[in-house]
Design a protein around this ligand. Sequence first.
Ligand code: MF3
Ligand code: CO
Length: 269
Amino acid sequence: MITIKTTEEIAILREGGRRLAEILQKLVEASCPGVSDFELDVLAEELILACGGKPAFKGYRIKETRVAFPASICVSINDEVVHGIPRKNRILKDGDIVGIDIGMQWPNQELRTKNLELRNIRGMYTDMAVTIGVGKISAEAERLIQTTRSALDVGIRTVRPGAHVGDIGCAVEEVLKREKLGIIRDLAGHGVGHDLHEEPLIPNYGMRGAGVELKEGMVIAIEPMATLGGWRIKLDRDEWTIRTADRSLAAHFEHTLVVTKSGAEILTK
Ligand code: MF3
Ligand code: CO
């Protein structure tokens, strides 16, 4: 079901999203050579809990049968596209490109102390990701990162009531194709808010005018994923880490946004 969020729900998402963006900025600043991604995960969880939120990824299962995600952030290094698992022995090094993906459940401030369960208010989810270079990275890696970021911006600019999900995909695809990047086809953006993943899916390719029509109050996460090689991916034995099949470098950016009267408001900024 595609839900339209109320003004009150959007206010909660806005506050949660703003805090999430602040936390991700701190993680980016902490991402120096020699730091483990496990340390980044510990910091992320501390910061989320300290501000009164709840990590959205920890314990999350995509299907009932799959293993629960064990951390508060996904850290995806070099040929890892998304869903990399932080580990104590994974140390960031000069020249790495690192995707940091983070989600938070944020309760209404007033209701936080009162009868949360009784009123069945679980808080609202926001989701975002960036890819950064550690130390000095190659010109090709830099081009991959800049283009993927710009594909997200261009995708967001197509959002307004009456536009279609295919308009977003088409715009993202155009930017990535122009730079001859691989476009991940088997993963997509998504609706978000009451849950981490809601309908509709937001693919990073598509046709203008095709797919679900956007309406004021819809909340979606747009997340282009691109590679310096092909589009094919494979799942690691840990059942989470998704990497490029050809081991080429991959980048990922994501924002949560709400469809407004005249366009889009980025909630994770
Ligand atoms: N941004 C990612 C996504 O939308 C976060 C999911 S990680 C998980 O797929 F652990 F929660 F699955
Ligand atoms: Co997402």
